[in-house]
Design a protein around this ligand. Structure first.
Ligand SMILES: [Zn+2]
Length: 157
C-alpha cells in the first residue's frame, strides 16, 4: 500500500508488517527491557492522540513494539516528559526518500522533512537509509522509520 507522507513516499506490505508485530516473541518495550524508560514507553505511547497510534497501525506497526526506544537525555525534561528517540521497522520499500546530509560519520536529516501524523502533537517519523537491530522474524525488504517524540511520565512512584 502506498503512503504519501510529508516529504517521502512508502510502499508498505501492511499485512506482513502486522503479522510480524503480532508475534508473541516480538516484545513491547516494557517486556523487552526493565529500565525505567522502557517501562514507561509502552504505557505512555497509549496516551498520545489516536491520530498518531492509528497512523502507525495503518502501516501495520504496533506502537508499543518499537525495535528500539531510548531517552535522548537520560532523564526528564523540565516539563516532566521524557524525550524519546527510536525506530520501528516495516516490511516494504521507500519509493521516494526524504533529503539527507551525509557528513563524515553522521547522517543528518531535517525534521521538517519528517512526517507528523497529528499537527498538534510532537511525534515525528522519517524513513532512514540504515537498518539497525533487525529481528530475524521481520520479512525483507525492511523500511526503518526513526521517530522523535516527548511522552509523559506515567509510572507510579
Ligand atoms: Zn530499556
Amino acid at each position: 500500500m502506498i503512503f504519501h507522507l510529508t516529504n517521502f513516499i512508502l510502499d508498505v506490505d501492511v499485512e506482513r508488517t502486522r503479522a510480524f508485530y503480532r508475534l508473541p516473541e516480538v516484545p513491547t518495550t516494557s517486556r523487552g527491557c526493565t529500565c525505567e524508560d522502557c517501562q514507561n514507553f509502552d504505557k505512555a505511547i497509549l496516551t498520545v492522540p489516536a491520530t498518531v497510534t492509528e497512523f502507525l497501525q495503518s502501516l501495520g506497526i504496533d506502537p508499543q513494539k518499537p525495535i528500539e526506544a531510548f531517552s535522548v537525555t537520560g532523564g526528564h525534561e523540565p516539563d516532566g516528559t521524557i524525550w524519546y528517540n527510536g525506530w520501528y521497522h516495516a516490511c516494504g520499500k521507500v519509493v521516494a526518500w526524504p533529503k539527507f546530509e551525509q557528513t563524515e560519520n553522521h547522517l543528518s536529516y531535517s525534521w521538517e522533512d519528517c512526517h507528523r501524523p497529528d499537527p498538534s502533537f510532537h511525534f515525528d517519523i522519517i524513513a532512514v537509509p540504515t537498518i539497525d537491530l533487525a529481528r530475524e522474524q521481520m520479512p525483507t525488504p525492511i523500511i526503518q522509520l526513526d521517530f522523535d517524540t516527548y511522552l509523559p511520565y506515567v509510572l507510579q512512584n
